[in-house]
Design a protein around this ligand. Structure first.
Ligand code: NAD
Ligand code: MG
Length: 297
């Protein structure tokens, strides 16, 4: 059994703040973080729950999406990951990890604020994997701005394009390919319910993701397809270190949690696997919080 699964106090299972100051330009690179996040590289154990499935994970190069991609491959799925071109180094590691499981990996670098690319990345996934059974819409933009006056139209536009428009474009392109039994999973946030003052545009999109996914789940179930939302609390990812939070907050990220630490991406993986697999057969239109005690709604 991996140490991750041995019985222990979860508060002290992973690194606690203070962390070194470590600002990066967006999008951040996971391998440059200190400590490097645990995405399950050596700690996630599969048990055949997704044997033969074909998955697409946006933002699968790093953070929560990477943890889902690694877990899906360990559970027996072929996995396509989408990411920005500047994240190639992180993406290469994920491709190697998927291939190390004997599964097929598809790398899809490109900017999802472009509608044509969103449609293209779904088409390439379907073509190269021979179908699509699990769609994880997870890529996101989060840039803190301390005051409403600082949220430019460019900010607002880019956050909404990345977090909301791309979700719609990718889902719309994917739905005709999804068979009965398929699963759609979106990544919202505790920010949908308890928004921070410094995340006006971001929190707005996260509430939108919840509403969109719940509405979509009602349509899709008529075809035997489920759709659910994961709503994480504070997770140790490149998103936070690259402008998601001010650098001084990154240094004590997670300190305010009842755990006194942030979550590690691998701690999200079991929920993505549950929602993706037939184990989640009666779970539809739900929001799964993984917040370390902050709760959702
Ligand atoms: P992350 O930076 O590791 O992942 C986000 C990914 O989004 C990037 O790797 C990047 O590939 C992708 N992305 C961003 N803009 C893109 C664009 N224009 N085109 C293509 N890809 C783009 O950080 P993460 O924290 O794992 O974020 C994953 C999801 O989790 C996001 O939706 C985020 O809002 C959500 N989330 C994170 C936290 C947290 O504390 N880390 C909490 C709640 C929700
Ligand atoms: Mg990344």
């Amino acid at each position: 059994m991996s140490d991750r699964l041995s019985m222990q106090d979860p508060r002290t299972q992973y690194p606690q703040p203070p962390f070194p100051r470590q600002p990066q330009p967006a999008p951040g690179i996971a391998s440059k973080m200190d400590p490097v996040p645990d995405h399950g590289e050596t700690s996630y154990q599969g048990s055949g729950k997704l044997e033969g499935r074909k998955a697409l994970v946006t933002g699968g190069d790093s953070g929560i999406g990477r943890a889902a991609a690694i877990a899906f491959a360990r559970e027996g799925a072929d996995v396509a990951i989408s990411y920005l071109e500047t994240e190639e180094a992180d993406a290469k590691e994920v491709v190697q990890l998927i291939e190390a499981e004997g599964r097929k990996a598809v790398a899809l670098p490109g900017d999802i604020t472009d509608e044509a690319w969103c449609r293209e990345l779904v088409a390439r996934t379907v073509e190269q994997l021979g179908g699509l059974d699990i769609l994880v819409i997870n890529a996101g933009r989060q840039q803190n701005r301390e005051d409403i006056s600082k949220v430019t139209s460019e900010d607002f536009d880019r956050t909404l394009k990345t977090n909301l428009y791309a979700m719609h474009w990718i889902a719309q392109a994917a739905v005709p390919h999804l068979p009965a039994g398929a699963s759609v999973i979106t990544t919202a946030s505790v920010q949908a319910y308890d928004p921070s003052a410094i995340l006006l545009d971001y929190a707005t999109t996260k509430a939108g993701i919840v509403a969109y996914t719940k509405a979509l789940s009602k349509q899709l179930l008529k075809k035997g397809i489920r759709a659910n939302v994961v709503a994480p609390g504070p997770f140790w990812t490149a998103l936070q270190a690259s402008g998601g939070q001010p650098p001084e907050k990154v240094a004590k990220f997670g300190a305010e949690s009842e755990y006194g630490r942030p979550g590690q991406p691998v701690e999200c993986a079991p929920i993505y696997v549950l929602l993706a697999s037939q184990d989640g057969s009666f779970i539809n239109g739900e929001v799964y919080g993984i917040t370390g005690g902050a709760g959702v709604a």
